[in-house]
Design a binder for this molecule. Structure first.
Ligand SMILES: Nc1ncnc2c1ncn2[C@@H]1O[C@H](COP(=O)(O)OP(=O)(O)OP(=O)(O)O)[C@@H](O)[C@H]1O
Length: 625
């Protein structure tokens, strides 16, 4: 349960973090859908696992304050995740419970439920009424309960208790309380009275049928229960506690919802506000004193008190087990995992600096999408460096820290610039990358030459080239260097002699002679980058075994991520690590959308071969092969 944690011994400031619960709805495959079984399942009351789309033989595990499996009842969800925060509302503090998750995953079921299975809202209001009633006799305080009910639809704040009202403004008073002038506030004395107002008002909420949910909520619904208590005797102190009960609209992938026209517009507003919500979460988690973008959407402006503010917050993330929801589930879980790090600081509205280990974990989360092809050694090194993250236990790795640090710093700077400056800086980044790449190639060339000299020295002296490096006896090392000029000549020619590649590939070798000539390791042919990409033969042919519709769908999904995916989404693609994801974003900034997946080859470092391997890995992985 969310406990306020004292910040200082005996001090009055206390912080409470957002309690995060995940609820998995029962499996509900439609008759026309393939019954592929669930892609996510619970492990115990706090842990769950989901198939890793990078590697279908693995799962990614998440840890939360609570995990409610598909058989959990409404009563159990309420008792464990919601009831504990309610007493705070009677002591002048704020609390909030909000349901988050993809469309059709069970948010409205959790918050509202049905008459047979009432959800969080009816249970919480009943409980508040009960708590107040129990205090009425003999308590030094007098209590009054009031309610307001509104929806945010297409970025408009609409009063559900007064359905003809117009878009209402959101204001902040001098004490930083969020107010909505003109919003109906009705006093209630019992649960029955609440029900009398609430049930018809709920029917005013904007819902519509979409492909994924017959009665999909098209707005964020926010019920506010206010408890004002006043001392019966002098000095008649008054305290106001607010309880927000929020049923968020679902995040939507419009290709799956089949949304068009007005539904598409609604969906845009929903996704935008949820995107802002995730930016707010990111910003709070970063622990920096930067601006938290509460004002970027009505939803976050209203929830300001509940996130990083003075509320005891509970987020119930609803997820669905079917494969069709896989990506939505994955991103909902990642969002929920981030939210777990938020620390609220009642009464002060400052953001508590997140402990170093957590900041590090956040960064690792950012790095989580690195390529599955990274050398094992590198991975092990990173695993050793990092504590296993609580929220996500899959392997994280970093790509070339020093180079990446420079680029990350540059890109961070860029994010704060105006568009034109940003474009210039992106060009600088591209230039820097090019220079770094050239330097790396030069370095490789020098290393190769040095290796050749020592190998030659080894051959000439009958000494193993490896051991010649270890040998401290100077003459044995130096002697072969006398005819180093000859060796250099041979170094250039050698690969052409040993190569059994096709003519065009040889051409490529000639172009890159200085960097590859010394290595006879057969694996090295992988490093050649022929001009025609013919080495991709091994990557081809597999597509012919696949259903063209599935193939097309997978390509579309990849395209969508390439064109509009966030850094994290890009990194969720197979073989796209942090560095490549940033290069893709950079390319997008400069050139606009990718017209076809093949355009990915235009991104720096994406050779024919890598592209073919990327496509194969992503398509097969998406199919769970
Ligand atoms: N835990 C559950 N047990 C039984 N049925 C459930 C459960 N969760 C959801 N459902 C059912 O799944 C369907 C979709 O749920 P619901 O409407 O609550 O989704 P939602 O997340 O609110 O969707 P939207 O964002 O589109 O409004 C409903 O028919 C609901 O009754």
């Amino acid at each position: 349960m969310a406990q306020r944690v004292p910040l200082t011994d005996g001090g009055t400031k206390r912080a409470s973090r957002v309690r995060v619960a995940v609820r998995l709805r029962p499996y509900m495959a439609k008759p026309d859908e393939k019954d592929e079984g669930p892609c996510v399942r619970g492990i115990d009351s706090q842990n769950l696992e989901i198939i890793n789309w990078r590697n279908a033989t693995e799962t990614v595990k998440y840890h939360f304050d609570a995990f409610h499996g598909e058989n959990t009842t409404q009563q159990e969800v309420f008792l464990s995740s919601v009831k504990p925060v309610l007493p705070h509302v009677l002591t002048g503090q704020n609390a909030s419970v909000f349901a988050y998750g993809p469309t059709g995953a069970g948010k409205t079921h959790t918050m509202l439920g049905s008459s047979e299975q009432p959800g969080v809202i009816p249970r919480a209001v009943r409980e508040v009424c009960k708590l107040v009633k129990s205090k009425e006799d003999g308590d030094e305080w007098e209590y009054i309960i009031g309610m307001s009910y509104l929806e945010i639809y297409n970025e408009k704040v609409l009063d559900l208790l007064s359905p003809n009202s117009q878009d209402l403004p959101i204001r902040e008073d001098k004490d930083k309380n969020i107010l909505i002038p003109g919003l109906t506030h009705t006093t209630i004395s019992s649960y029955a009275e609440f029900d009398k107002y609430f049930v018809p008002a709920t029917l005013n909420r904007t819902t519509a049928s979409t492909k994924l949910n017959q009665r999909s909520s098209r707005s964020h619904a926010i019920l506010l229960i206010k408890v004002v208590r006043t001392q019966r005797t002098l000095p008649y102190r008054r305290q106001t506690g607010k309880l927000y009960l929020v049923d968020l609209a679902g995040s939507e992938d419009n290709r799956r919802t089949g949304n068009q026209g007005i539904r598409l517009k609604e969906s845009g507003a929903i996704n935008l506000s949820l995107f802002t919500l995730s930016k707010v979460v990111d910003s709070l988690n970063s622990g920096t004193s930067g601006r938290v973008p509460y004002r970027d959407s009505k939803l976050t402006r209203l929830l300001q008190d509940s996130l990083g503010g003075s509320a005891h917050s509970v987020m119930i993330t609803n997820i669905a087990p079917e494969y069709t929801y896989y990506f939505d589930t994955f991103s909902a879980l990642n969002f929920a995992a981030k939210s777990k790090l938020i620390v609220n600081k009642p009464f002060t509205r400052e953001t508590v600096a997140i402990p170093t280990i957590q900041v590090k974990r956040t960064r690792e989360d950012h790095e989580a999408g690195s390529s599955g092809n990274e050398p094992q050694k590198k991975r092990q090194k990173e695993e050793k460096k990092a504590e296993p993250p609580a929220a996500s236990m899959h392997i994280h790795s970093f790509a070339e820290p020093s180079v990446m640090d420079r680029l990350i710093a540059l890109e961070k700077l860029m994010m704060n610039c105006q568009d034109k400056d940003r474009l210039d800086m992106l060009k600088d980044v591209a230039q820097s990358r090019k220079e770094i790449q050239e330097l790396k190639e030069k370095q490789k060339e020098f290393e190769s030459k040095a290796m050749l000299f020592s190998r030659k020295a080894g051959d000439n002296s009958g000494v193993n080239p490896q051991s010649s490096f270890k040998n401290t006896v100077a003459p044995l090392q130096r002697k072969p260097l006398v005819d180093s000029k000859d060796n250099k000549q041979k170094a250039v020619v050698q690969p052409l002699q040993v190569s059994h590649l096709k003519p065009l590939q040889q051409l490529a070798v000639v172009k890159k002679q200085s960097s590859v000539c010394l290595k006879k390791d057969p694996k090295l042919s992988d490093q050649f980058e022929p001009l025609d990409g013919k080495e991709n033969i091994m990557e081809r042919g597999w597509e012919s075994h696949l259903d063209t519709t599935i193939l097309e769908q997978s390509r579309k999904k990849i395209m969508q991520i390439l064109n509009s995916g966030s850094l994290k989404e890009l990194k969720s693609l197979q073989q796209i690590g942090d560095k490549k994801a940033k290069l893709i974003q950079g390319w997008r900034e400069i050139h606009g959308d990718f017209a076809k997946v093949e355009d990915l080859r235009k991104v720096e470092g994406m050779t024919e071969k890598r592209f073919a391997s990327f496509m194969k890995a992503n398509i097969l992985s998406a199919m769970g092969k």
